[in-house]
Design a protein around this ligand. Structure first.
Ligand code: WTA
Length: 645
């Protein structure tokens, strides 16, 4: 489209940027033509290895296997902390901004070293060892980062579970990972409200025999139940722990963490990431996509419960010796200026958030932004969902005072790090496009018959060869890994996203092509919400689809068929919403519930989701072929009573 708006790299930005267009192109070419040489050089440059690798790359997409820096040894905690100490002991590693605007702390690299080493020793004393799994269920407090790094230090894989998840969801994840310890807090605090984390953990742990230890951070001082054998207070345990804990040498391919994410079917999958490749890719992308330079203050607003928090609050920035800001609160508490007040308070240079937050703040008016200074900002970023050009323009003009480039970064829990994004000193941007692939990333588009498309085209987005931070497995289920990502078609990685490539080779992500929803940038499987709904005694059958939502990107639309003896009502709809909230977490609550006496099914009994999706999206002109329906009249009634008009 020739009428697309384009934003060239601002001259003032280009002059001081780390990478210009020529260098980006040179590196990209080198990374494709001779990946081994390219990645070996980067791995030397970015990380400290206690033992060099024998082989840069190994594995085979057709088998769903990948390995990087085979035979090499390193420790992620050492790389994120110890090796910076000679130069950065007194530099702030983490700026913590609490929920209340007068509550903040600076943690230096020396303090980070001490805290992480002490907690690592506490875990060791409790018998947690290399190869174990530790579940972290925490609010956004520095101890969450200490916990991740303490696990990495002793070689235990962490599994961080978002603090907004329910006891049920937490239990599933603990059981699947067979975690031996849990680290949590008495309560979390968000937007002035307290979240009962320890109480939730207690409920979850009632069904988890593998867990022998629960470390509890005192955040609010709330009264909590206590199991003397299992529970210990964090502050008491670290008070007597030694601050000397030598980092465990880890193989490059030893697990660093598991992170559960939603797929099209079944329960969430434990995406497994390993040590060397993950750390390299997060460090490299943090430096070049965000043009991170010494002394910059970097703020990623994600929660550490999601991959964005793992890669761009903790591992990427700390591997680079950066100062990373961690925010406990929400964008609108105490008011809609909070983000920008925090930017001014801590002189943030690089700000990275989700389109859903941008859209919500855009709706609250310019003044909350323009009354703040924001002159420290140099670069803005987005992640998690497609950004509509209108929100992009507002972010650029109002938040960035038309001065800051925007990097729209596409990636996934499975990719570990950003794979498609502008390099801000190199790439002209177009609002709504994540632009071009990063180093070593070979993208492709497939038509519905899995035939690869050339030139400007739209199709299913695939990746054709391995990159260092790619998913290494679905925890405990390699067959699922193979079948989800590498089977259709065989030999390439299937992203689950649709995309368009324009005549400049720019990519425009159009959203998921499978049954995964993206609600406010959070992934949620329709199957998970359906499973939760049918657990309710009133529900016979449920089908869940997404529909476009102005703020959340996608909303959850549930069609519910009730058991005999139950009548549709607003009260029952509200009850079902809360029920889903209790089963999974507030993010999964349906926005709309349409009661229906029947769901449209094929004669073989398969629910026709395509039709349900169209009705929920209010796209009634083109419902497609309905001739295979067992009872076509069902559709008419669904349309008649649809909620989203
Ligand atoms: C979507 C979050 C458009 C996409 C890092 C992907 C995006 C899913 C973008 C992964 C973007 C992420 N533009 N869509 N810049 N970034 N997505 O695993 O659908 O929570 O498949 O990882 O978010 O979500 P996940």
């Amino acid at each position: 489209m020739s009428d697309e708006k384009r934003y060239p790299v601002p001259e003032s930005f280009r002059q001081r940027a780390l990478m210009d267009k020529a260098l980006y192109q040179e590196w990209y070419r080198a990374s494709i033509e001779d990946p081994d040489t390219f990645w070996a050089a980067r791995a030397q440059e970015f990380l400290h290895w206690s033992k060099p690798w024998d082989k840069v790359r190994d594995g085979d997409f057709a088998q769903g296997t990948a390995a990087w820096f085979v035979g090499g040894e390193l420790n992620a905690s050492y790389n994120c902390i110890d090796r910076h100490l000679p130069e950065r002991a007194d530099q702030t590693a983490i700026i913590w901004e609490g929920d209340e605007p007068d509550d903040s702390r600076h943690i230096t690299y020396a303090e980070l070293h001490e805290q992480v080493s002490k907690l690592a020793n506490v875990l060791k004393q409790r018998g947690v060892k290399k190869g174990d799994r530790v579940c972290i269920y925490m609010p956004m407090i520095p101890e969450a980062a200490y916990a991740m790094l303490a696990c990495a230090r002793i070689g235990a894989a962490h599994s961080v579970v978002f603090g907004g998840f329910s006891p049920e969801a937490l239990k599933d994840r603990i059981l699947n990972a067979e975690a031996s310890a849990v680290i949590t807090a008495d309560e979390g605090v968000r937007g002035g409200r307290n979240v009962p984390l320890k109480t939730n953990a207690d409920k979850a742990l009632a069904g988890c025999d593998s867990v022998h230890t629960c470390v509890v951070v005192r955040r609010t001082g709330a009264d909590v139940a206590w199991d003397d054998k299992r529970d210990l207070w964090y502050h008491e345990a670290v008070a007597t722990a030694s601050a000397d804990c030598p980092p465990e040498p880890m193989g490059a391919e030893d697990p660093l963490f598991i992170l559960y994410t939603s797929g099209s079917t079944g329960k969430p999958k434990g995406v497994l990431h390993t040590t060397g490749g993950y750390l390299l890719s997060t460090a490299l992308t943090h430096k070049y996509v965000f043009d991170y330079q010494d002394g910059d203050i970097f703020w990623c607003t994600a929660d550490v419960g999601w991959v964005t928090g793992h890669s761009y609050i903790v591992y990427g920035p700390l591997a680079n010796g950066a100062t990373t800001l961690m925010f406990e609160g929400v964008p609108t508490y105490p008011d809609a200026s909070r983000f920008w007040n925090v930017v001014d308070k801590h002189k943030v240079n690089i700000f990275y958030t989700a389109p859903t937050a941008i859209r919500a703040l855009m709706g609250l008016g310019d003044e909350a932004v323009t009354k703040t200074d924001r002159s420290s900002l140099r670069l803005l970023g987005t992640v998690g969902e497609p950004i509509n050009p209108e929100a992009w323009e507002w972010y650029h003009r109002v938040v960035g005072d038309s001065r800051c480039p925007i990097v729209d970064t596409w990636w996934q829990t499975e990719t570990g790090s950003i794979l498609i994004a502008p390099i801000p000193g190199a790439t002209e941007t177009k609002p709504g496009s994540a632009t071009l692939p990063l180093f070593g990333v070979q993208l492709g588009l497939l038509d519905p018959n899995d035939k690869e498309l050339d030139g400007a085209a739209a199709g299913n987005l695939i990746i054709k060869s391995s990159w260092p931070s790619q998913i290494r497995g679905v925890y405990g289920d390699h067959a699922r890994m193979l079948e989800t990502y590498f089977a259709t078609p065989k030999g390439v990685y299937f992203t689950g996203d649709g995309a368009r490539r324009d005549e400049d080779g720019y990519y425009w992500i159009t959203g998921r092509v499978d049954d995964v929803l993206n609600i406010s940038g959070h992934r949620m499987g329709t199957a998970e919400i359906e499973s939760a709904l049918v657990l309710h005694e009133a529900v016979a059958e449920a089908a869940v689809v997404g529909y476009p939502h102005d703020i959340k990107g996608q909303g959850v639309y549930a069609y519910v068929d009730l058991m005999a003896g139950f009548e549709p009502s607003d009260a029952l709809a509200a009850e079902l919403r809360d029920f889903v909230g209790k089963e999974i977490g507030a993010i999964a609550k349906p926005d709309m519930i349409q009661f229906t006496p029947a769901l449209p099914k094929t004669r073989s009994g398969k629910i026709m989701r395509r039709i349900l999706r169209k009705i929920a999206c209010n796209e009634l002109d083109n419902l497609g072929d309905t001739s295979t329906l067992a009872d076509p009249s069902v559709v008419e009634q669904l349309i008649e009573e649809r909620l989203n008009r």
